[in-house]
Design a protein around this ligand. Sequence first.
Ligand code: C2O
Ligand code: CU
Ligand code: CU
Length: 467
Amino acid sequence: MSAAVLLLGSALLGAACGIAGIGGDDGGALANPPDTPATTRLLIPELLEPTMIDGVARYHLTIGESSHDFGDGRRADTRSYNDASILGPTLRWNTDDFVAIDVTNNLPETTTTHWHGADVPAEDDGGPHSRIEAGQTWTADFRVIQPAATLWYHPHLMGTTAEEVFAGAAGLIIVDDDNPATTDLPSTYGVDDIPVILQDREFTPDGQLAFELDDDDNGDLNPELTVNGTMDAYTTVPAGPVRLRLLNGSQARVYELSVDNGSMVKIASDGGYLAGPVPLETLTLAPGDRAEIIVDTSDGGAVLLDEAFGRVLELRPDPTLPTAEHPPAQLATIDPITPDMIDRDRTFQLGEVGGGWGINGQQMDMSRIDETVDFDDIERWTVNVGEGVHSFHIHQTQFQILEVDGEPPPPEDAGWEDTVLVTDDQQVVVAARFNTYANPDVPYMFHCHILDHEDTGMMGQFRVVGP
Ligand code: C2O
Ligand code: CU
Ligand code: CU
C-alpha cells in the first residue's frame, strides 16, 4: 500500500507540471489541487439490465427531478433518469438485438430523449418532435444495426436541451458486438471499463446549480469539472490496460486531455473502433464527442489531465485485480468513402444569425425541412465556419472526415464520427451514407452540439426519402 502511495505521489508531481500552462480562455476553471490525492470516489452509473420479452430487450427509463452531492457535502437539485442522484443508468445493447425503451416523463414539463449516435428510424430518434408530455410515456423500438460503440442519451427539446443536460439528465449507451479482435480488451464495466462523463458546472454560493445560456462564440464555460457528477474523482483499477469511455456531455467546453504517468492509446471514436490503436499525447474532445482510450496503469497509477482543469481523474491501481489485454494492431476494417462514390454535395455555413446562431443564414424552424436526402445516397457535406467554436453533429448516421482545411484527418480522427469540432475560419468536409432508414414525414436533426448554440437556433432538419 505504501509503495502505491509513493508512486501516486510522483504521478501528482507530474500533474503539477502538466497544468502549468493554463491558458486565459478557460472560463475561470478551478484546477483540482495537484499535490494531494483526489478526494472523492468516482460515481459509476449503474448498468440497467433489460427484461427480455419475446426476443426484445426492454428497458424502462424515467426522467425526473432529483438531488445530488457533487462532492462537497451539499445537495444540489438535479435532473436524472431512473431516480439516480445525477445522470442515468448505462444501457448496454448488443449489435443485432431488438431493443425497446419506454421513457416516462416525471418532470413537470415536456421533454424528449434522444439516442445520440444511434442509427435508428427517425420516429425512434427522440429528437425535438418526439415530445413526451409530463406524465406520459414514449417508446422507441428498433434493431441495433451498428457495430460496437459508445453512444449516449439526453433530452432534446428545442430550446431547453442545454439546461436539462447541465442539470444532469444524460446517460451512456454501450454497444457490444462479437468483433473477435476486441474480445480480450478491458470490458468489465466499472472495473477496467470505466465510463468517464465530463461535464463542467457552476454553482451558486449555496451550492445549487447555476445554469446560464451564453450565446457568445464559445458558449457557456463553467468553472468546476465534474466526472460522472463527481468533483475531484479517483477510481480503483487493475494495474494494466484500462479502458476509459470518454463522453463530453458538457454544455460548451472543449477538453484537451492527456495522461500523466501512463500512456494513452485511442481505440474508438464516436461510431466505434478505429482501424487500429493510435497512441496519443493529447486528445481533443468536443461537446457531444466520445472516445475510447486504453490507459496503461502498470507503472503504478495514472492521471487523466485537462489543460484547463488539471486533474480530471486519478486511476489507482490495485495489483490484485485481474488484467485484460492490450489492443491488437488491427481492431476493425474501415472502408474509406472516396470522392468517386459521392452522389451529392451540400454546404453548411455556421455562423451568427439574428441575435443567435444559425446554419446557412437561418435559425432552426421546427416546421421547415432544410434538406431532403435520397435513400442510399452517399453525401459529402462541407461545413464552413466564419466565427465561433462549433461541434457539428448529424443524427442517425456515422460519417467519415474527409478533410480538415484541405488536409486528410490524423489517424485518430479517421474512423466513424457523428460529431466534429469546427472552429473559426475552418472548413471540414465529411461524407456519410444514408442507406439504413427512410421516412418522408419525420426529420432527423443536424446541429451544433455546443448546447448554447443549438438552443439559440444552430440546428436544421433533414429527412431521408425513398427508396
Ligand atoms: Cu446529442 Cu442532436 O444530439
Ligand atoms: Cu444526436
Ligand atoms: Cu456552435
